[in-house]
Write a protein that binds this ligand. Structure first.
Ligand SMILES: [Zn+2]
Length: 141
């Protein structure tokens, strides 16, 4: 299990950058990016993306309650749109290198390249919503 995110330091009326949100909730910036891809709200049009404290708190509370957001698997966080978007055309490349699996696609809205790490075991599940092109790479030492 990943370590529990902290709620205590998050100020509801504060706006956090991804790094700050990670710091205050005790997780990595990459985790915050995954949360955004999974439905954590970011403020529209802000670059870098800003997250409201109350949205962050709601998201963490929702996770604790085991609430699942169904759209998560086929969404990617687009830096240019500052929010989670679908893959253009429903296509994604699935790059497997050793134990690392990365999905890469184009943002449905602005066609920026978007990507996210996934767990290899979830590929069949993801393949139900996205048309995956699986590429295995030799690990170079
Ligand atoms: Zn976009």
């Amino acid at each position: 299990m990943p370590k529990q995110a902290r709620l205590s330091g998050i100020k509801s009326l504060w706006c956090y950058k991804i790094e700050e949100a990670a710091e205050v909730s005790g997780v990595s910036p990459r985790t915050i990016g995954n949360w955004i891809a999974n439905g954590l709200r970011v403020m529209n049009g802000e670059r870098p993306p800003l997250i409201r404290g109350d949205d962050l708190r709601d998201y963490i509370k929702g996770q604790r309650e085991g609430r699942k957001i169904k759209t998560a698997l086929d969404r990617f966080f687009c830096v240019r749109c500052s929010k989670a978007q679908k893959a253009a055309g429903g296509f994604a490349d699935c790059n497997i290198t050793g134990n690392h699996v990365t999905l890469t696609a184009l943002c449905e809205v602005c066609e920026t390249v978007v990507s996210k790490p996934i767990v290899e075991a979830r590929i069949p599940e993801i393949a139900r919503t996205l048309d995956l092109t699986i590429k295995r790479h030799e690990k170079t030492l």
